[in-house]
Write a protein that binds this ligand. Structure first.
Ligand code: TEU
Length: 580
């Protein structure tokens, strides 16, 4: 079976998923990581279209974020990453950039950006810029020039394949309605490459001028004072530009054939020398390659390349309607941790703008269990080793919107995926059911601020509907309720930031085969914390011989049921004990 024949959702998973399959190492869990401010950060991710609209056009904007800075500060987080707000024709909600030095008018202007950065810095919050340089928009001046003639000076800014050489070898595209990454352009009788949408042509990193343009863009924003860069789709920048036929079985290690090309490290080193080493900024790569070796090669300190990466294996374990098993959840998180005990640093997250809501995927969104399960998931993210990334709305337990008809979707991935299934005569019912559960739009609905119309997000018509549960699930309600998801989140952030063991401590799983409970310790400099999480909707017990259970650091329930070292947890109960 080739990727061509898979449903778009499954294929996207396979392409993106790096699944190193080495067994967990047995080396001692030594922290081995010297302290650093970005390791001690808690990052809050804001999807700007959906956070807060200040001018009534139904689209969130920078001014809206500025107006909520005190809320953001109140969460206790220390860094903010905002998805792209550069000028963009919006084929992929801002991930198709037409001017890297301008602000999308819907989002505001450069003065708004400067004010936002100042407001964050005044509150001691650092800012991470999303940098999308695997591709640009086809409306970027570079591409306009590039496609105009074969001898244009910008021709080699992109990957072109002259038609007289025949059809280029097949490459899969994330968002193409036919699933093809080569698009024929009659103007110059050639094909251009787009791993993502047709309106997102891939930049040619082999061209030193392209790389210089990227470094100049980075310097522009670093000079403005940004504190870090999130490098979008970064594992794809270096490709084998001879574009050979894909070998049999390539699906098992697609990143190897689609990205992590031969020059990725020289290019990152160059970026490090030109930009990263000259400013007080850090860089996180979206994607960590297809093996632990790849990931280490990106982030090990002595290589002087990037500071952090994030892998997709954990978020991608939910890839169809069957969900996930706790066994797999434990195994994946433990395996990745064990590979980074002594060197390197990763990110921890369960949600972002490319995923449906965390509580639907990993918790339990039913009214009875939504609150405890979201608190449990936040306890997990904020007690693992690696820098936690918390997605807007997850602090209040926002849930999937679950659309029924394709007309309700806004996301290019959903819409073009639908076209592909229809063209291929695939199972549309199955596709719609998967979308309802997994689509990116689920995770992009407007922030639920209060019980007023449109959840206080906009005075206009929201670009994507507000979830109908906003009268119950919103910031205003939860601010005043001491046992709310929001207050639990704040408490958990505080605990994380004040507890070096939870940041740097060695991770050790306890009773890995327990069917419903995920328990682990984090220990550092003579201290030890025990995290016990009941991932089930039933009460569950665990025998915790040898642990001092007298000091509770956080508990998402009021009850604590211990008898003779036997701890019984309520559904989705999550407790952290200070055991040493
Ligand atoms: O995503 C790139 C990417 O690799 C993801 O689609 C990934 O495969 C997936 O999340 C794995 O689960 C980035 C942005 O995050 C996404 O929003 C953009 O659409 C895409 O790049 C194109 O710029």
């Amino acid at each position: 079976m080739t990727i061509k024949h898979l449903t778009p959702l499954l294929a996207a998973f396979i392409l993106s998923c790096s699944s190193p399959n080495q067994p967990a190492e047995t080396s001692p869990n030594l922290p081995g990581n010297e302290p650093h401010s970005w390791k001690e950060a808690v990052i809050y991710q804001i999807y700007p279209r959906s956070f807060k609209d200040s001018d009534g056009d139904g689209v969130g904007d920078l001014r809206g974020i500025i107006n909520q800075l005190d809320y953001i500060k109140s969460l206790g987080i220390t860094m903010v990453w905002i998805n792209p707000f550069y000028a963009s024709p919006n084929a992929d909600n801002g991930y198709d950039i037409s001017d890297y030095r301008a602000i999308q008018p819907e989002f505001g202007n450069m003065k708004d950006f400067d004010d936002l950065l100042k407001g964050l810095h005044e509150r001691d919050i650092k800012f991470v810029m999303d940098l999308v340089v695997n591709h640009s928009s086809d409306e970027h001046e570079w591409f306009q020039q590039s496609r105009s003639s074969r001898d244009n000076p910008y021709r080699d800014y992109y990957h072109w394949w002259p038609a007289e050489k025949g059809k280029p070898n097949y490459r899969w595209s994330f968002f193409d309605p036919k699933g093809e990454a080569w698009k024929y352009d009659s103007l110059t009788d050639a094909y251009y490459l787009h791993y993502f949408a047709q309106k997102q042509p891939d930049l040619n990193w082999e061209n030193p001028k392209v790389r210089q343009e990227v470094y100049d863009i980075m310097k522009f924003w670093a000079n403005k004072g940004v504190d870090g860069f999130r490098l979008d789709a970064f594992q794809f920048i270096s490709k084998d530009t001879t574009f050979p036929p894909l070998p049999e079985g390539y699906e098992k290690n697609v990143i190897k054939y689609y990205g992590m090309g031969p020059n990725i490290h020289p290019y990152i080193k160059e970026m490090h020398d030109e930009v990263l080493s000259k400013y007080n900024v850090f860089a996180v790569s979206e994607g960590a390659g297809s093996s632990f070796e790849d990931a280490h090669a990106l982030v090990d300190k002595d290589r002087d390349e990037l500071q952090m990466a994030y892998h997709f294996e954990a978020v991608d374990m939910v890839r169809d309607l069957s969900g996930y098993t706790l066994d797999t959840f434990k195994e994946i998180h433990s395996r990745w941790d064990s590979a980074f005990t002594e060197k390197g640093w990763l990110s921890v997250f369960l949600a972002n703008h490319d995923k449906a809501r965390m509580v639907d995927r990993f918790g339990n969104p039913s009214p009875q269990f939504r609150a405890p399960s979201i608190k449990l998931l936040n306890t997990f993210i904020l007690s693992m080793r690696g820098t936690p990334y918390c997605y807007y709305g997850d602090e209040i337990g926002m849930t999937n919107i679950s659309f029924d008809s394709i007309e309700q979707y806004q996301d290019i991935a959903a819409i073009n995926g639908y076209k592909k299934v229809v063209t291929e005569g695939g199972d549309i019912e199955q596709y719609m059911a998967e979308l309802k559960f997994l689509s990116r739009d689920n995770g992009r609905t407007p922030m639920q601020w209060d019980a007023s119309e449109n959840a206080g997000f906009t005075s206009g018509t929201p670009w994507l509907p507000v979830n109908s549960n906003y009268r119950e699930i919103n910031v205003a309600n939860q601010s005043s309720a001491s046992n709310s998801c929001l207050n639990h989140f704040k408490e958990m952030v505080k605990l994380r930031l004040n507890t070096p063991s939870l940041i740097y401590g060695a991770y050790q799983i306890i009773q890995p085969n327990h069917e419903t409970i995920y328990a682990y310790t984090r220990s550092y400099e003579g201290e030890e914390y025990l995290v016990v999480l009941n991932f089930s909707k039933k009460q569950s017990s665990i025998q915790l011989e040898g642990f001092d259970l007298n000091t509770v650091s956080i508990n998402n329930y009021e009850v604590l049921n211990i008898s003779d070292k036997n701890l019984t947890l309520e559904p989705y109960q999550a407790i952290i004990f200070k055991t040493r």
